[in-house]
Design a protein around this ligand. Structure first.
Ligand code: BGP
Length: 472
């Protein structure tokens, strides 16, 4: 019996993949010469959960990669932990860390899986973090050195991404206080970090191309279409402001190498109401402009849209990091307030389930950024409180199959309408450690019993195998 739903067939040459991130799967933090990351002490101080053992990918990657291959996965997003390779951010590399990644990439190849490798996935090393993380421009030099080392060392990798989701890092670090250093409504730092990450990306792309390295390179942006609730001019303006913050700031820097006049005006308005500012040095935009055409592809992580209305009161945030439905609040003075759309279902973490949003954001990127290269959806998936069946040998996650199937359907419609989307990576390959949520928010095609590290097949893995088999 077929498990396929709306989508019956994937296009020829389509890349079917799954995604992971070093700190969320490896465990073994601090082992074999690894340095600390920005998370280690922060998580201890919060006292809710720890990043060990995560999915113990550090030891169990052969099993996970075999399972991935057996269930149709042809491409795997993996990130390199900077702190495992350079324990002191700069200085000498850690040979054990370097060896681990060589072995990991070799294991992928052994199973016919193409590794797509991210250099920075929300996990700055502690040395970089303690001197200001992305706010300190000296750290851009460190990142360029680390990237250059990786390009020269890991010649078996040909698909690279520089930074995963600059917006999420900047927003969770400085606006809603979920990521270290847990600042609240510090829009200055959030814009500065995004600007500096865009510059870091531009420099690394240049180094990659000038070094004559083989393969492709790009950046990964998390994009969220923003819709006004209640079609009034004020609410439409609120949506435009929030879209400028969430999407346009970084897309403009990536694909125009500067902010357009309209984006610039919107960002200035946000800075005005939030008493924020950030600095741009002479030449920054020149460097960004020089890098625009050097991007070989764009990764888009899409989970959900945001519905907003105008808001003039005081700032207030409550992030739902527990899966207690209906507990999210985000109100930003003079910008917007998040509101629930009664017609759109949500997860236990209040994330909107809205496949049309993927179609819309793809069309928006295509229409507004003519210089964009080929697009890959590098993350999309459903976080839920999956449970094992009574026998403990299967997880029936039909809701996840529906979620992925509907988003894939939206992606294929965007393709039919002319958007060059070439692949899709399910977040995530296996259940993993989630930054703000710990271990009860599960996304995997494979279930992990975090006590025993036993892997259990979910129905979505069987579906993955079937949909992958439709690619010529
Ligand atoms: C993206 C990150 C991933 C992953 C995912 C799910 O923003 O790139 O690392 O965590 O979101 O988010 P969460 O674990 O908070 O549900």
């Amino acid at each position: 019996m077929t498990l396929l739903k709306r989508v019956k067939r994937l296009p020829e040459g389509f890349v079917w993949g799954a995604a992971t991130a070093a700190y969320q799967v490896e465990g073994s933090t601090g082992k074999d010469g690894m340095g600390k990351t920005m998370w280690d002490d922060f998580l201890v101080s919060k006292g809710r959960f720890l990043p060990d053992p995560a999915s113990d990918f550090y030891h169990r990657y052969p099993e996970d990669i075999r399972l991935a291959a057996e269930h149709g996965i042809k491409a795997l997003r993996i990130s390199i932990s900077w702190a495992r390779v350079f324990p002191n951010t700069d200085g000498d590399p850690n040979p054990v860390g370097v060896k681990y990644y060589h072995e990991l990439f070799a294991e992928c190849r052994k199973h016919g899986i193409e590794p797509y490798v991210t250099l920075h996935h929300l996990d700055s090393p502690i040395g970089m973090f303690s001197r200001g993380d992305w706010l300190n421009r000296a750290n851009i030099d460190s990142f360029v050195n680390y990237a250059q080392f990786c390009f020269e060392e890991f010649t078996e990798v040909s698909q690279w991404f520089t930074i995963n989701e600059p917006i999420s890092l900047a927003f969770f670090q400085y606006v809603v206080a979920e990521f270290p250093p847990a600042d609240l409504f510090n829009f200055s730092s959030s814009f500065q970090a995004m600007h500096n990450m865009a510059l870091a990306h531009a420099r690394v792309v240049k180094v990659f191309k000038e070094g004559g390295h083989q393969g492709r390179i790009g950046v990964i942006h998390a994009l969220k279409p923003v819709y006004p609730i209640g079609d009034t001019p004020d609410n439409r303006h609120a949506a435009e402001l929030w879209d400028a913050y969430l999407n346009r700031f970084l897309l403009d820097l990536t694909f125009f190498g500067k902010l357009t006049d309209r984006t610039s005006a919107l960002i200035e308005e946000i800075c005005g109401v939030q008493e924020a500012s950030f600095s741009v040095e002479d030449g920054d935009y020149d460097e960004m402009q020089a890098a625009v055409g050097l991007n070989d592809y764009l990764g888009i992580n899409y989970y959900q849209p945001q519905f907003v209305q105008a808001y003039a009161g005081e700032n207030r945030s409550k992030y739902n990091a527990t899966g207690e439905k209906g507990t999210t609040t985000l109100r930003m003075k003079g910008i917007a307030e998040l509101v629930k759309n009664p017609d759109v279902p949500t997860t236990d973490w209040d994330w909107n389930i809205y496949p049309q949003g993927l179609y819309d954001i793809l069309r928006q990127v295509d229409a507004n950024y003519p210089a964009h290269p080929a697009i890959y959806i590098t993350e999309n998936g459903l976080g839920s409180k999956d449970a094992l069946n009574a026998a403990g040998d299967f997880v029936d996650d039909d809701d996840r199959i529906d979620f992925i199937d509907q988003h894939l359907d939206a992606l294929l419609k965007a393709r039919e309408d002319g958007v060059d989307v070439r692949g899709y990576f399910v977040w995530s390959l296996q259940d993993q450690f989630s930054w703000s949520n710990g271990y009860n928010k599960r996304y995997g095609l494979f279930y992990i019993d975090f006590e025993t590290q036993r892997r259990v097949i979910k129905k979505s893995a069987l579906w993955s195998k079937e949909i992958a088999s439709t690619i010529d």
